[in-house]
Design a protein around this ligand. Structure first.
Ligand SMILES: [Zn+2]
Length: 92
């Protein structure tokens, strides 16, 4: 999929419960992500048959990573849709 220079820019992220990153599996696949130009980047990830959203918060001096609970695909997709629902796909 050619997205050019257009990225997903979140306007208002939903309130979800965040957990510290736990490295449970070696390989995590990023299915979708919001635009890297933003101070907070969200990724829709899969690993070991489960799905979750990971957050990279680069607003402070030290980047903070966190993730939602690891859940089945159907549930996680609705969580991810809540993130991208209030977003614009636009040029940076
Ligand atoms: Zn951008």
């Amino acid at each position: 999929m050619d997205e050019g220079f257009y990225g997903v820019h979140i306007i208002q992220a939903p309130q979800v419960r965040w957990y510290p990153i736990v490295y449970r599996v070696r390989r995590i696949r990023v299915q979708q992500n919001t635009c890297e130009c933003q101070p907070v980047v969200y990724e829709f990830c899969s690993a070991g048959g489960l799905y979750f959203v990971r957050k990279h918060d680069r607003r402070g001096p030290t980047p903070i990573m966190a993730e939602t609970a690891w859940i089945i695909r159907e549930q996680a997709e609705s969580v991810w849709l809540a993130f991208v629902a209030d977003s614009r796909r636009r040029r940076c």
